[in-house]
Design a protein around this ligand. Sequence first.
Ligand SMILES: NC(=O)c1ccc[n+]([C@@H]2O[C@H](COP(=O)([O-])OP(=O)(O)OC[C@H]3O[C@@H](n4cnc5c(N)ncnc54)[C@H](OP(=O)(O)O)[C@@H]3O)[C@@H](O)[C@H]2O)c1
Length: 328
Amino acid sequence: MPEYTADPSRYDGRMTYNRCGRSGLKLPAISLGLWHNFGNVDDYSNSREILRYAFDSGITHFDLANNYGPPPGSAEENFGKMYLQDFQNHRHELVISTKAGYLMWDGPYGEWGSRKYILNSLEQSLDRMNIDYVDIFYHHRPDPDTPLEESMGALATAVQQGKALYAGISNYPADKAAEAFKILKEMGTPCLIHQPRYSLLDRWIEDGLTDVLDEHGVGCITFSPLAQGQLTDRYLDGIPKDSRAGKKDGFLQESQVQENLKKVRAYADIAKDRGQSLAEMALAWTLANPTVTSTLIGASSVNQLKQNLGCLNNTIFSDDEIAKINAI
Ligand SMILES: NC(=O)c1ccc[n+]([C@@H]2O[C@H](COP(=O)([O-])OP(=O)(O)OC[C@H]3O[C@@H](n4cnc5c(N)ncnc54)[C@H](OP(=O)(O)O)[C@@H]3O)[C@@H](O)[C@H]2O)c1
């Protein structure tokens, strides 16, 4: 692959940058996640092209977690290689995040929310990614057995040590999130951001979480806004072998796809009337929620990424369109 020179026009206005809650940090409206398509089971040069294209398009935020792969850890390792090859001169232009919470190693300290696990995991993540600090460090899921003060205390320590610039939480329900925000604030490391799942097929955050985020001035980055590809034309004519639902390592179940197909077709009709692809409309719809700072997509090809960035051309919905969407 030829050497990489970042596109000098990458900040020319194609990308929108939104302030994250009441913090000083801006995030691109579209961020790129490395959950799928960056593991050792994937084609390295394809992953590298996706990352280059993202950065050239003004996507300054890459989202990882300790367990992304497969195998777990390999997405961070591959990112670390790409970082050295292509991005090390751009470290100050990048917001790199990682997380700890899911199973990462054997024994009693390899998952959930103890201080032991969270801080050891961050050390490993930094090693794998060849960086000295992450910009955002998340607790990936609430732990029912560890006091919240301990898990949040570990995030605060990471920030105090300079190994993370900001703290975040992910998958926390509204009440737990509110508690976490209070604790982090008391510790002097206010929570920057919450990362919940949100799409036309899963609107749970509207039942309380967004109010809590607005009240506390915490930003919101929504993951799986395409419902892992269901809100695209990927599955309208069956399940392709090379799709996430068709591949053995993918997290999307065929049964889920079948279950949602009727709704997806109805959304596709609305998108057509708006002159957008279904994927563009699904992403634009998440961004139309005023609490949402950034929407966090995945892509298995440069072409998908290119198509999805088109959503930024129209993120406004008429009352009539909203009514039709809500009716589905
Ligand atoms: N905090 C958490 O617990 C959590 C959980 C999940 C995800 N995340 C984060 O969110 C990121 C995004 O999640 P996600 O990958 O599920 O997001 P997504 O954007 O909903 O789904 C991405 C997938 O949809 C398909 N796709 C995307 N654009 C397409 C297009 N234009 N046409 C057809 N198919 C298209 C591709 O799958 P195929 O081509 O392979 O079919 C792609 O990999 C992750 O990488 C991770 O960073 C966080």
